[in-house]
Design a protein around this ligand. Structure first.
Ligand SMILES: *Cc1c(COP(=O)(O)O)cnc(C)c1O
Length: 339
């Protein structure tokens, strides 16, 4: 199968399995797992933060970050399209008693600063207490401009708000802009990173921030069921990915560009966005289901709801991209002959 539904579908490589098998482990809830501890320290150093904490998922890492920043009756400002707001089951509200204050994202994924400013509540007992600004980078594959991030986090600080970055795909932003990870993390109080997306580890996200914040996060991680035992096995996979797979993300970006160019040349296809490893496209509605079936019959999987998302990753090769374009072309040729 050529699986373009997400970059989460990658499988561990033999070398990654080997690293996982060889990892010394202990009970991490007791602080005894040497691989987890060393990995967390390595991620803290790479991101330029004081401390790091390993989680089984990015959803939990984000949730715990929100709970470490905000208490009951506090509020966080977040994008209408953000993963923490729209795709994590409302966890901040459900489990954290934190009220989200969504703001409409601009086309480039940013939250317009005038809207953020307008959403910050005055100190008045009628209102939830605005405590945090949460951004996402990349968002829909798009890299937030670093100038924008500087301005947005400065605005947050001016209003005594903490800042969190959902950096599930921050590695793609780092490679896409040739910027060190630490520089992208620097403006934020906390950053959540996923190792199970384009980097290709089977499991694992890491939250980074100050020692004080990570101490609070460690408590919430335990409360939410994220304390893990011999998780050095997981950490070793993430560590291997960090050390060996990072530069390969540039190939994913190049392949997404080739895919977008090929699709844009097809009749009836409108490529609406291509950024880092993601291509979004619109098809006339009557084609959606038959095209998805046609692709499936040719061993190609894409995420096709009202519009299509195609995500490249390390298990997609150049030849796969050529095949996807050829199979789409064949679908439209066939359709036109019939019409
Ligand atoms: C994948 C992802 C997450 C976390 O997802 P999990 O599946 O829980 O690891 C968070 N934010 C964004 C933007 C993501 O893409």
């Amino acid at each position: 199968m050529i699986d373009l539904r997400s970059d989460t579908v990658t499988r561990p490589t033999p070398a990654m399995y080997e690293a996982m098998c060889a990892a010394p482990v202990g009970d991490d809830v007791w602080g005894d797992d040497p691989t987890v501890s060393a990995f967390e320290q390595a991620v803290a150093e790479t991101t330029g933060k004081q401390a790091a904490l390993l989680f089984p998922s990015g959803t939990q890492s984000n949730l715990v970050a929100l709970m470490a920043h905000c208490g009951r009756g506090d509020e966080y400002i977040v994008g209408q399209q953000a993963h923490t707001y729209g795709f994590e089951g409302g966890g901040a509200a459900v489990l954290g008693s934190i009220q989200p204050q969504p703001v409409e994202n601009a086309d480039d994924g940013s939250l317009p600063l005038d809207k953020v400013r307008a959403a910050i509540k005055a100190d008045d007992f009628h209102f939830a207490r605005t405590r945090l600004l949460a951004l996402e980078n990349t968002i829909g594959g798009k890299i937030l401009p670093q100038d924008y991030i500087r301005d947005a986090t400065a605005l947050a600080r001016e209003h005594q708000l903490a800042t969190h970055l959902d950096g599930a795909r921050l590695f793609n932003a780092a490679v896409g802009t040739d910027t060190p990870l630490a520089a992208l993390c620097e403006p934020f109080d906390s950053v959540s990173l996923c190792f199970s997306k384009g980097l290709g580890a089977p499991v694992g996200s890491v939250l980074v921030g100050s020692t004080e914040l990570i101490d609070r996060a460690r408590r919430w991680r335990k409360v939410t069921g994220g304390g893990m035992r011999q998780s050095g096995i997981i950490a070793a996979g993430c560590w291997h990915a960090l050390e060996h797979h990072l530069p390969d993300l540039a190939d994913d970006h190049r392949r997404a560009e080739t895919l977008a160019r090929g699709m844009a040349a097809l009749p009836d296809v409108t490529v609406t966005s291509r950024a880092t490893n993601m291509v979004f496209a619109d098809f006339p509605e009557e084609h959606l289901t038959p095209l998805a079936n046609w692709l499936h019959d040719h061993d190609i999987l894409i995420d096709l709801l009202d519009s299509a998302r195609l995500v490249t990753h390390r298990d997609i090769r150049d030849a796969d991209i050529d095949k996807v374009i050829a199979v789409m072309q064949a679908y439209f040729n066939r359709h036109e002959t019939r019409a």
